[in-house]
Design a binder for this molecule. Structure first.
Ligand code: ADE
Length: 224
């Protein structure tokens, strides 16, 4: 899968794509992530990418032309199934959406900045708006990182233990059961007996019960 991220501050994302599961997925050629600096498509000598809002008001607006030119340059090379704009106005991001996006072959993520983009970008160039939560970030880069991370980790082959991403919280609509590792006793605090029993059927049942109990206590909305 290929993800092209368009940003005013691509440096913010460099460290992120060069570490952890995202890097591993890229090394294994499961994912390809390309960062694009919008400034490279800016207008005039100053590579201008933003301007004052018509009608006044504080804050700068990202201009349509650099975004249009950059998206068109990418679209000339391949087909994109989704062109996403990160914005607090967007549809709330979920595991289901991460799974859906992971089945596409190429997507673009445009990171919002300043007061946002000229509305014509959203009307004519964007196919989907995604919010990562009801709060406002200074830029869409963190949202793009979150989308990229969650999409990449479910790509087949991204995680060495293939069942691992499938057993993440939310994959079956429930929170994950608690996990423990050695030592079985620390400071008098013990690991649940069943987990060291070697009885796989009993362990599976315990995990299911814990998932259900944690979900009903911590996130009852998920059971609705
Ligand atoms: N940009 C600013 N705030 C955001 C949010 N909550 N989700 C996605 N993009 C954003």
């Amino acid at each position: 899968m290929r993800i092209d991220i368009i940003s005013v501050l691509p440096e913010l994302l460099e460290g992120f794509i060069n570490h952890s599961i995202v890097k591993r997925a890229c090394d294994k050629k499961v994912a390809e992530i390309h960062l694009h600096s919008l400034r490279d498509y800016g207008k005039g000598n100053y590579m201008k990418i933003d301007d004052y809002a018509f009608g006044g008001g504080a804050g700068m607006v990202m201009m349509i032309e650099p975004i249009y030119n950059l998206i068109n340059a990418l679209k000339a090379e391949r087909n994109y199934e989704e062109i996403i704009y990160t914005s607090p106005d967007g549809e709330r991001f979920t595991q289901g959406e991460a799974n859906r996006l992971s089945m596409l072959s190429s997507i673009i993520i445009l990171c919002g900045h300043y007061k946002g983009v000229d509305h014509r970008v959203r009307q004519h160039l964007i196919t989907k708006e995604i919010s990562i939560g009801d709060y406002v970030l200074s830029g869409g880069e963190l949202a793009a990182a979150i989308i990229t991370d969650s999409v990449t980790r479910v790509l087949p082959g991204a995680i060495s233990d293939e069942t691992s991403a499938l057993s993440d919280s939310f994959q079956d609509g429930l929170l994950s059961p608690p996990v423990y590792t050695r030592p079985p006793e620390f400071n008098g605090w013990t690991v649940p007996e069943v987990l060291i029993s070697g009885n796989h059927k009993a362990i599976e049942q315990w995990n299911d019960e814990q998932s259900y109990e944690r979900t009903s206590r911590l996130r009852p909305d998920l059971l609705q």
